[in-house]
Design a protein around this ligand. Structure first.
Ligand code: GCB
Length: 615
């Protein structure tokens, strides 16, 4: 009996985890909604007492001592050993580490709780509970019933709340959040960034009509000859949509009012795809980040979005945007606001990070090493920043484990589904510096193929491995055969040798594809000045960049840009030099207080020159 129950629970969990991305609702910003951001309550539960009984079995749903159940004592004799109140409050969204000293180094389970009243619904409306991201594992309970669980710290998920589950007042919402690291998760045990825990992104109720458009993609059809399209001023627009349920309607209408585009598209089995023609389209680019209002109408309901149209492709050794060769003047960014030692979480944070990036004169950002929040990709769309977006398949993932591959694929799907209408995103990266082995290449190839199958309108890459040999750097990582561009992280002069050794170094690739430096950088403590050979000084870092830029002058023809490491210093438990690091990776061009280091200006100058060259 118990076995049966466990087995059924297991099946339910599998279903919830396996199909979560299929049910993901996109473009949540523009749907009817009620925010559940704000003050929640918490219980820190390192022993997971709220989840397991004293025999370490998962508690039954109705167990009064389970932390998902309302612990209000029924009278003075009632024994309750947990509870939620205002003395233990926490803000959502936000990592827990930055909110109270008790969380500073905590990794484990924290229970989040809040109440909400039933929103006013029109007839037949449905409600979904949406999380922008929870790091890493979330179990969600409403009024004592489990809605589902989700794994993956940087991608969104949602669960439907059936009408019968809601009371008019005081609905009791609990989320068990666990950010413990495991060898068979993605990322794995070892990362060079801080494992911030918590409900790190927005939480909201999304209110939808009975039948609604859940997911869609609309973009320039990849196979068109873009130069011809530009000449003819006619473009092929293609894409798909997916409804949540079978609708009574037979068609949806897609409109781009600004160019007088209006087309009906057939619905078949609650899905549809289209291949249409549009005239007079201005294409999106960093120089002209044109976004159009796009409207999708199903019956009486219209969903709007702001979407740019562009084509990115590889042609021989070059990356072309709208048919024109580009040079990526990039910078890598972690999703962190260093001066406040916390995860970035809202549009003001995106403005802050991209404000710095723009000041550096970049046209591209590598959002490392996991999908950043949607404010970032929305802002990149409006600011005209090309984006590299990545899943946290980082270093020593358990490549032999098929379940781990499924976890990585799920995060890849969620990343793609959420951002497939962002013109800014031109590269999906399936991982970073994964050590070459047969199992790893099979694993990574499978991710590349999966991404290509899901989305043919972007380039697929990964930071590959490079063989350093004095004077010669040869990239023949077998994964390079499958990626669209060959990207590597380059640290000559920091890890091994001193910066002056770079000038003579040569770069060669085994693949006839564009070459990109997805990282290059050196550490410096902001405000520490010395001669250039003194490590950790701003002068050392400046020297490193000067030598790197000299090396760039001799790059092979296929060199297509770089995204140095990194815009701002970031927290890392691996960086423990007590004088210069103190728990920070110091490779930022901006220090943890927000001050620009000398190297910032070296790179900025180079980017100004490059911008002129590619005008
Ligand atoms: C890398 C990693 C990045 C590290 C960086 C470093 O190659 O991709 O995550 O933070 O080096 O600072 O060593």
């Amino acid at each position: 009996m118990i076995f049966k129950k466990i087995f059924v629970t297991f099946l339910v969990l599998c279903a919830v985890t396996a199909f979560a991305q299929e049910n993901l609702i996109v473009n949540t910003q523009n749907r009817k909604q009620v925010s559940l951001n704000g003050t929640w309550h918490y219980i820190i539960d390192p022993y997971e007492t709220g989840f397991y009984d004293y025999r370490y079995k998962e508690k039954g749903e109705k167990d009064a001592e389970a932390y998902w159940n309302n612990p209000e004592p029924h009278g003075k004799t009632d024994r309750k050993e947990h509870g939620y109140n205002n003395d233990y409050s926490i803000q959502v969204p936000g990592d827990w580490n930055s909110q109270d000293d008790v969380f500073k180094y905590y990794e484990g389970t924290v229970w989040y709780q809040r109440e909400f009243d039933k929103p006013k619904l029109d007839e037949n409306e449905r409600i979904f509970l949406y999380f922008g991201a929870v790091n890493y594992e979330a179990h969600v309970y409403l009024n004592g019933k489990k809605l589902g669980m989700h794994k993956g710290g940087f991608t969104p998920f949602n669960f439907e709340i059936s009408p019968g589950m809601l009371k008019d007042k005081g609905n009791f919402l609990v989320v068990k959040v666990d950010n413990k690291r495991y060898a068979d998760e993605v990322p794995t045990l070892n990362t060079d960034w801080w494992n911030y825990g918590g409900i790190t992104r927005d939480v909201k109720l999304i209110i939808t009509p009975q039948n609604f458009i859940q997911q869609y993609a609309i973009h320039l059809k990849q196979s068109q000859d873009i130069e011809k399209s530009l000449k003819r001023k006619r473009f092929n627009i293609s894409g798909y949509f997916k409804l949540n349920t079978t609708a009574a309607e037979e068609k949806i209408t897609i409109e781009i009012p600004e160019i007088g585009f209006k087309e009906n598209v057939d619905i078949r089995d609650s899905e549809g795809s289209f291949d249409l023609e549009a005239k007079k389209l201005e294409l999106w680019s960093p120089e002209n980040p044109k976004l159009y209002k796009v409207m999708f109408t199903l019956g009486e309901h219209t969903l709007t979005d702001k979407i740019g149209f562009r084509k990115v492709e590889v042609s021989g050794k070059d990356v072309l945007l709208n048919g024109k060769e580009i040079f990526m003047r990039g910078i890598s960014i972690h999703e962190e606001i260093a001066p406040e030692i916390r995860r970035a979480k809202n549009s003001a944070d995106a403005d802050k990070l991209f404000g710095w990036a723009k000041d550096l004169n970049v046209n591209m950002v590598r959002l490392a090493h996991y999908p950043h929040n949607e404010y970032m990709t929305r802002a990149a769309d409006s600011l005209g920043l090309l984006v590299w977006s990545e899943i946290p398949v980082y270093w020593t993932i358990d490549f032999k484990n098929d379940e781990v591959l499924e976890k990585a694929k799920k995060q890849l799907d969620e990343m793609i589904i959420r951002d497939q209408n962002k013109a800014s995103v031109i590269i999906w990266s399936v991982g970073n510096e994964t050590p070459v082995s047969e199992a790893r290449t099979k694993f990574m190839k499978s991710l590349v193929m999966h991404a290509k199958e899901k989305d043919d309108t972007r380039l697929i890459s990964a930071a590959l491995e490079v063989g350093y040999n004095r004077g010669r750097n040869y990239i023949d990582d077998p994964l390079g055969e499958y990626t669209d561009i060959v990207s590597v992280n380059e640290y000559l002069g920091w890890y091994g040798d001193l910066p002056h050794a770079k000038v003579k170094s040569k770069w060669e690739t085994a693949y006839d594809k564009p070459l990109f430096f997805s990282e290059t950088g050196a550490g410096a403590k902001g405000g520490f000045h010395a001669d250039k050979e003194t490590r950790w000084s701003e002068e050392f870092q400046e020297w490193y960049f000067e030598e790197t830029l000299k090396m760039m002058e001799n790059m092979p023809e296929n060199f297509t840009g770089l995204s140095p490491w990194i815009l701002v210093d970031f927290r890392s438990p691996k960086r423990n030099n007590p004088k210069y690091q103190e728990g920070w990776n110091r490779k930022g061009l901006i220090d943890d207080k927000g001050n620009k280091k000398k190297a910032f200006f070296t790179l900025k100058k180079y980017y100004e020159k490059k911008e002129e060259e590619y005008k």
